[in-house]
Design a binder for this molecule. Structure first.
Ligand SMILES: NC(=O)c1ccc[n+]([C@@H]2O[C@H](COP(=O)([O-])OP(=O)(O)OC[C@H]3O[C@@H](n4cnc5c(N)ncnc54)[C@H](OP(=O)(O)O)[C@@H]3O)[C@@H](O)[C@H]2O)c1
Length: 321
């Protein structure tokens, strides 16, 4: 019998490095440049003259990024917003702000982990207002491993229920209706942590990694039905999710981390039907670089990036939700 034929493991990082170099030099850079030029006219057309959504459903709309998205979209003429979250009081506050800007607003009090109620809520809203854009944005974060295994696992499982299963159920409820109507747009909020890991936050990261993959595949499935699917991958954004007073985020937020700016960028990028919306883009650069390093070095680099991220945001130090 022959032994299994394979590249000897010590040579694999070298072959990986040359493969990345070859692909980057001869394919990635020329293709990325050509596509940017090719896309420019349609991106500009969509930006200025493209069709705008008339009915938008946003989950996690009573706080942080969801709230700013709601406010940003409420400026569109004749728009109807469905704002979904659990806390009614906070929903009313955001709804009133949006109404002042001229939007018609429905508040939807719902826990996305309750699949039956979630389906009912989305279908009932859809019957009254066929959704053009669904933004599945609700999530929870905050617990790092601190030796309390039981609490860590409890919260971790909760993140999987809300961030992954709840989000997938939200998206699929909308997707099925859009498929009947033959058209629509879906945006799923993942995170930059869907690309590299802050090691103390493995449950949260796992949900965000999974959402990137889910969104990518759904984009293919949606295309024949004229359903556009995008993923929003924010970096560190100044919201209640990251508001630990001990952390120096306030300094950072002056430069990059405004949820309002993220909302504006997201709106424009969704007009252009971009697949992945990353903002602030600068935070993606170490992630791109880390991905092309040999795996052992990537592990170290992502570990360090994760630590820095946890330090800057405070996510991973306390339970915020
Ligand atoms: N802030 C960041 O730095 C950052 C970075 C990357 C990605 N993200 C992602 O961006 C999204 C928004 O986060 P954020 O920073 O704006 O956080 P946030 O201010 O804490 O908002 C989270 C929202 O989700 C809702 N929510 C939580 N659990 C829910 C449930 N079971 N059912 C329905 N709604 C629920 C909350 O409302 P109720 O509590 O009233 O239900 C709230 O509206 C999340 O997907 C988050 O993972 C944030």
């Amino acid at each position: 019998m022959f032994p299994p034929i394979t590249v000897p493991p010590p040579l694999q990082p070298i072959i990986q490095a040359w493969t990345v170099w070859f692909t980057t030099t001869f394919f990635t850079i020329p293709m990325a440049t050509a596509l940017a030029i090719w896309d420019l006219p349609s991106a500009l057309y969509n930006l200025f003259f493209g069709e705008r959504p008339k009915v938008i459903l946003i989950t996690g709309a009573n706080s942080g990024i969801g709230e700013k998205l709601a406010e940003e979209y409420s400026k569109l003429p004749g728009v109807t917003l469905g704002l979904l979250a659990r806390n009614k009081e906070h929903l009313n506050r955001v709804a009133n702000n949006c109404r002042k800007r001229g939007a018609n607003v429905d508040i939807l009090v719902c826990d996305i982990t309750d699949k039956e109620v979630l389906n009912e809520t989305i279908n009932d809203f859809y019957d009254r207002y066929p959704i053009d854009l669904l933004i599945a944005n609700a999530a929870q974060a905050g617990v790092k491993y601190d030796g309390d295994e039981e609490r860590w696992e409890d919260r971790g499982e909760r993140y999987i229920d809300v961030n992954l299963i709840g989000t997938v159920n939200t998206v699929m409820a909308g997707f099925k209706r859009m498929r009947e109507k033959k058209g629509g747009q879906i945006a799923i909020t993942s995170s930059i942590l869907g690309h590299y890991s802050a090691p103390q936050m493995i449950y949260y990261n796992a949900t965000k990694y999974a959402l990137v993959s889910f969104a990518r595949d759904l984009r293919y499935l949606g295309a024949p039905h004229d359903i556009k699917v995008s993923v929003i991958a924010p970096g560190i954004i100044d919201t209640p999710m990251t508001s630990d007073p001990k952390q120096p985020l306030k300094f950072y937020s002056w430069i990059f981390a405004s949820p309002r700016n993220l909302a504006i960028v997201t709106k424009l990028q969704l007009y252009a039907n971009r697949f992945e919306i990353t903002w602030p883009f600068v935070e993606m650069l170490p992630a791109f670089a880390a991905q092309s390093l040999p795996p052992r070095v990537t592990e170290l680099v992502t570990h360090i990036i994760g630590r820095v991220n946890g330090f800057i945001t405070g996510v991973g130090d306390e339970a915020f939700t």
